[in-house]
Write a protein that binds this ligand. Structure first.
Ligand SMILES: [Zn+2]
Length: 565
């Protein structure tokens, strides 16, 4: 008996010592306004971090007491803090690639486009491919597609294959077409178009599946180039307070996803990742993951896999979104199902196989018919396979049948959406959709009112990797052309709190990670963002002026603004 008591005392002493040892913060942040996303303690003044985890959240006085011997103390000076942003849909490596390649996204004329390509080509050795670009001919007047003739003279020794920012078409120069064996005799592939002049010669513009004709002759990017691109992408994430991303497979044109994932692993091994990554593979490759026993969200806190991506349709801008009724400006034509969905039995077999293996499935669907069809496929899989914590996702969910809004909650399907697209597409979507259908375009209010889980992201590099501009878009719906000061389809606006929730808790849930991140509370990963302005107090119209003041990732400060408010 006595020895038992002694033993109990020893255990308690050991536990206390353990706790005392554990309760030693390495970073304490005081005097702030912390938005925790923890419903039991929604706001607080200070927090303490130990290593890469949050130790405690509370008053400045209480947190100061937790400081260990070498603890770093940061006075927040009353600034607003939110959990690290989690972007639920990015193309991280292509985004980074674009940052280190020729920058055409803000070339405002064909002349500027040509000049930048020429300058960039002169900086390269002969034969090196010029890729990426992200040009937008809608910025030019006239808004005509560029041709190879416009750029051949300034790029004589370098093959060029530069993409429009939407990822649905690219321009090849004469050298690239020659290397690809592309000429007037090449036939359009299914699902793609070779744009031709009046004589039938290719102009250099290739759309959708036709881009593969050139892509397949581009050599794999050297490891050093992927590294530099990834570094650039991580910097871009840090300055925007993005501490987690859900990396999507880029689509059929992406031939080097294995090389890219190997680079991500190298960075993770070397402790060089400053953003957490959840990687998606193509749905059609599910068997290789299933055979290896990989399930949803397998990995460690910085690098995980087990998500699968497929496409149900195209994009509204290219009028390849698959709609129930014809486009308002194209009678008799209502878009296209993707090649994958055209074989809907094959797609269902992939969904079911992957689902039974415990993998997660994310399907791109933009048009109302595409969304409806994917919901039907998910519903059937759930019915046949029985209950599971599967978290099926639809990516984009842009133009929704009103009566499908309730199915997201009833089927447990996550709406993974990118608010910035609404203020970009809202400039012209009314012309394409007509006055009725726009009422349930980017229908965040409707989806939330029906209890859906919203996960927000950017689709970078299609839109900026900047959650604050996404929040501005979700709250104001003010289109980029300034033509909708009260908001485009204002009834679908949501609040700042709802938008922040979708960028943190919603996106953590979408990757099966809500137990370890998304909110600021004891035991969770120490990822957070200090903002220049209190986004919950400033006027919604000023949200686009708010910036990131500081980013903390894994318990360390990885970015501080040079000049901040
Ligand atoms: Zn995307």
């Amino acid at each position: 008996m006595r020895s038992a008591i002694c033993f109990a005392v020893l255990v308690i002493a050991a536990l206390t010592a353990n706790t005392a040892q554990a309760r030693s913060a390495t970073l304490v942040m005081l005097n702030g306004k912390i938005w925790t996303e923890n419903p039991r303690q929604p706001e607080a003044e200070a927090l303490a971090i130990e290593g890469n985890q949050i130790l405690s959240v509370g008053s400045s006085a209480a947190m100061r007491k937790l400081a260990g011997p070498d603890c770093k103390i940061i006075d927040l000076g009353g600034r607003r803090v939110v959990p690290g942003f989690n972007d639920s849909h990015v193309h991280l490596i292509s985004g980074g690639d674009g940052l280190i390649s020729v920058r055409l996204e803000n070339a405002n004329s064909l002349e500027e486009f040509r000049r930048r390509l020429g300058d960039y080509a002169r900086s390269l050795s002969k034969g090196v491919w010029i890729r990426n670009g992200n040009w937008d001919h809608q910025r030019w007047s006239p808004a005509e597609l560029p041709t190879h003739e416009a750029i051949d003279a300034v790029t004589p020794d370098n093959p060029v294959f530069v993409w429009r920012y939407d990822g649905h078409m690219a321009l090849a120069n004469a050298l690239a077409m020659k290397l690809a064996g592309l000429d007037r005799n090449t036939k359009d592939p299914p699902g793609g178009e070779i744009v031709r002049d009046q004589q039938g010669n290719p102009t250099g513009i290739l759309k959708d599946q036709a881009t593969a004709i050139v892509e397949r002759v581009i050599p794999p990017p050297p490891e050093s180039e992927i590294d530099t691109g990834l570094e650039a992408a991580m910097h871009e994430a840090a300055i925007h307070g993005v501490t987690s991303v859900q990396q999507m497979w880029d689509g059929p044109a992406d031939r080097y996803s294995a090389e890219k994932f190997r680079e991500l692993q190298k960075f993770a091994r070397d402790g060089r990742l400053t953003v957490r990554i959840y990687n998606a593979n193509p749905l059609r490759d599910w068997k290789s993951l299933a055979t290896a026993g990989v399930q949803a969200s397998f990995g460690n806190p910085v690098l995980r896999m087990g998500n699968l991506k497929s496409f149900a349709d195209g994009a509204l801008g290219a009028e390849t979104a698959w709609m129930d009724a014809p486009f308002a400006d194209r009678p008799g034509y209502s878009g296209l199902a993707s090649a994958d969905l055209m074989d809907s039995a094959g797609m269902f077999a992939n969904i079911q196989g992957a689902d039974k293996a415990g993998l997660q499935i994310s399907i791109h669907a933009i048009g109302d018919r595409a969304i409806h069809t994917v919901l039907d496929l998910f519903e059937r899989a759930e019915r046949e396979d029985g209950p599971a914590d599967r978290r099926f996702r639809i990516e984009h969910v842009q133009h929704l049948r009103p009566d499908d809004a309730g199915r997201f909650k009833s089927l447990g399907v996550i709406a993974s959406m990118q608010p910035y697209h609404a203020i970009d597409d809202g400039r012209w979507a009314g012309k394409v959709l007509g006055p009725e259908r726009i009422h349930t375009s980017y229908a965040w209010r409707l989806l939330l009112d029906h209890g859906a889980v919203l996960a927000f992201g950017s689709d970078w590099p299609v839109a900026p990797l900047d959650p604050l501009s996404g929040i501005y878009a979700a709250v104001t719906r003010r289109t980029l052309d300034g033509k909708h000061p009260q908001g485009w389809v204002p009834e679908q606006r949501i609040t700042v709190a709802e938008a922040v929730h979708a960028y943190t808790v919603g996106s953590a849930f979408a990757e099966h990670q809500e137990k370890v991140k998304g909110s600021l509370e004891a035991g969770k990963l120490a990822d957070l963002v200090v903002l220049t302005d209190d986004i919950f107090r400033i006027k919604p119209d000023d949200l686009d002026k708010a910036r990131v003041y500081m980013t903390v990732f894994d318990g360390s400060v990885i970015y501080t603004a040079v000049t901040g408010r």
